[in-house]
Design a protein around this ligand. Structure first.
Ligand code: ARG
Length: 589
């Protein structure tokens, strides 16, 4: 939109120069130098252009350099063998760019507020406690949502609860065994059901594991649970009333947990909301000639000639008439399309579900559940492992509950804070919460989402290195410098931005200049780790500048004001990035 990216500005110059010399502008791409010791930016277009124009690359590069040599944008521009163009931007140009950035860094990247992106993440299963398997979906999805919004899109997020499957039947039959006299199990009961749930959250949480374990050894029990699930899905009155209690009790707890994670959803829909669309959808599949019967089940072929591995048909109805996971995902697409008309869907789910989503997306396209130009994205994430390289477990070997994991991190950070400095218990606790969440989220998000990663609490909470606390520490450091500066009666003034002869300040300004490019990359590639990498680098260049430059004791007031303006923007951009990643910074650490 209004603020161009620095690379665009540079490329614009090259477009003019290439065209001015009679060459196609497609060769005019500028990139950040991969040899920062030689130059800041480079253009390698002459190498490719040489083939088309049958000239030596050096000749082309030289012609282009001649056109740009006297441009005020460059402090240095030269052609090096065999035809690369290296350049350094002038102090004046970077200063102007950064001033523009300071005024506009948080403006949308695209003019897209009328285009909707629908993000499906979280995906907890009702009545089962949130465990760390659901952590990644929540953390990554939340960041993708915030980045997409920042990019300028209208974004709708849905937690998509697992609220309609066998676990519901299991709970119902287990409860029936424990409290057979409840009115929900009395088919002749016609009165109003109680408003109070017949269990508390903690009771509910113990019911599911008991029932689940029993269903693995007791065939009869399992069958009863399947029947109860079927009855619930068909609208059984007592079971529906009970289901509502399960939902209420469970949701209250889930919401509390997501709030702690600074994760929130626009929609709290679930698999059950898809139910009303299913019957018509299956009929439509059949009428379109897409669905056919195979071994009693109803399936749709989705394999393509271009497939390199086998993609089995998508089962949309089981032989006993029951719906499956794919059925409810397809039916929810119908609902989403109807109410939100998204151009793009993003599902943030464990990568082991990739086949399921390949099938679902193909059926959705084949059956025209969405317009042709709609884009489906599956962002499949890897597993969070323990130091032993196996999926993360508690010390006792059980599944770690998210709440306990968070408490462990907070305790570790708390101990570190009280070791480091005098502070009240209350403040240390509050700070530990903020820093702990940053440690957890950064530890996750700094890895490419598709990869597995090792959960290493000691590393994640370290104040040094590529960690959340290091980033926060940098922000806190800048805040404190600015505070002291202001205490001396001065104020931060962006118009004082300058790039005097100070290499580490220029390096900081160049890094700041990459900001919008990086956010755009993170948005397009669904890659929050790119944002983490950026703030790590930005923190490093800031800290180098800080160590090499006296800021508060600088006597030249213009210079000092320029330094403070640059670090204030550094802080703002770091804060903006951590907000996009989904965590906050404390005032002190
Ligand atoms: N509840 C599912 C699970 O725990 C994840 C749901 C993901 N979203 C979806 N639309 N299928 O595996």
């Amino acid at each position: 939109m209004n603020v161009k990216k620095i690379l665009e500005l540079l490329s614009d110059k090259f477009v003019e120069a290439f065209e001015g010399c009679g060459y196609d502008s497609k060769y005019a791409k500028v990139s950040i130098s991969n040899r920062p010791d030689l130059c800041e930016y480079q253009c390698n277009g002459a190498m490719a252009a040489a083939k088309e124009y049958k000239k030596a690359p050096f000749v082309i590069a030289n012609e282009v350099v001649d056109k740009l040599k006297s441009d005020a944008m460059f402090e240095m521009i030269e052609c090096v063998n065999p035809g690369f163009i290296n350049m350094r931007i002038s102090a004046q140009a970077i200063k102007e760019y950064i001033a523009e950035l300071a005024a506009n860094y948080d403006k949308p990247l695209y003019d897209a507020k009328d285009t909707t992106i629908f993000i499906d993440y979280g995906g907890p299963n009702v009545a089962k406690p949130l465990h760390i398997g659901h952590l990644r979906s929540a953390v990554i999805g939340e960041s993708i949502k915030r980045i997409s919004r920042f990019a300028g899109y209208n974004v709708v997020s849905d937690v998509h609860l697992g609220d309609w499957g066998l676990q519901m039947g299991l709970i119902i039959v287990q409860l029936k065994e424990q409290q057979p006299d409840l009115p929900y199990f009395d088919d002749s009961f016609e009165g109003e059901y109680p408003l109070e749930a017949p269990f508390s959250v903690s009771e509910l949480e113990s019911i599911y594991p008991t029932a689940s374990a029993k269903s693995k050894v007791d065939e009869d029990f399992k069958k009863k649970a399947q029947e109860a699930t079927g009855l619930l899905q068909k609208g059984h009155r007592g079971y529906t009333a009970l289901w509502k209690h399960i939902m209420n009790v469970s949701l209250e707890d889930l919401k509390k947990n997501y709030e702690k994670l600074l994760v929130d959803f626009d929609l709290w829909k679930g698999e059950s909301d898809a139910e009303p669309y299913i019957a018509d959808m299956i009929k439509d599949f059949e009428e379109k000639g897409l669905a056919y019967e195979s071994q009693g089940a109803t399936v749709i072929d989705v394999a393509l000639d271009s497939d390199t591995k086998e993609i089995p048909p998508c089962i949309v109805k089981k032989s006993d008439g029951a719906s499956l996971y794919a059925t409810s995902d397809l039916a929810s697409i119908i609902e989403r399309n109807k109410f939100y008309n998204p151009k793009k869907y993003i599902y943030v789910v464990d990568k082991r579900q990739e086949m399921h989503f390949t099938q679902v997306f193909r059926v959705a396209k084949k059956a025209n559940l969405v317009p042709d130009d709609v884009e489906f994205n599956f962002l499949g994430f890897g597993t969070m492992n323990g130091k032993d390289g196996k999926p993360f477990k508690t010390r006792e070997g059980g599944v770690m509950r998210l709440e306990n994991l968070i408490a462990d991190i907070n305790d570790a950070v708390y101990n570190k804070i009280i070791e480091n400095r005098e502070t009240s218990e209350e403040e240390a606790k509050a700070t530990a919460k903020i820093v702990g969440l940053a440690a957890l989220k950064y530890g996750d998000l700094s890895n490419q989402a598709t990869k597995d990663y090792v959960f290493d609490i000691d590393r994640f909470i370290s104040f040094e290195g590529d960690t959340g606390p290091y980033i926060l520490y940098t922000i806190v450091r800048i805040k404190s410098i600015i505070e002291k500066y202001m205490q001396s009666g001065k104020s931060v003034d962006v118009s004082k931005l300058d790039c005097p002869n100070n290499a580490s300040l220029k390096a900081l300004m160049l890094e700041l200049a990459n900001f919008r490019e990086v956010v755009d990359g993170a948005f397009i590639e669904l890659a929050p780790h790119k944002l983490c990498k950026y703030i790590y680098e930005l923190s490093n260049v800031f800290n180098r500048f800080y160590h090499e430059t006296k800021i508060l004791t600088e006597e030249d007031e213009d210079k000092q004001a320029a330094y403070v303006a640059a670090i204030a923007l550094t802080k703002d951009i770091l804060l903006c990035c951590i907000e996009l990643l989904g965590f906050e910074a404390p005032d002190r650490m």
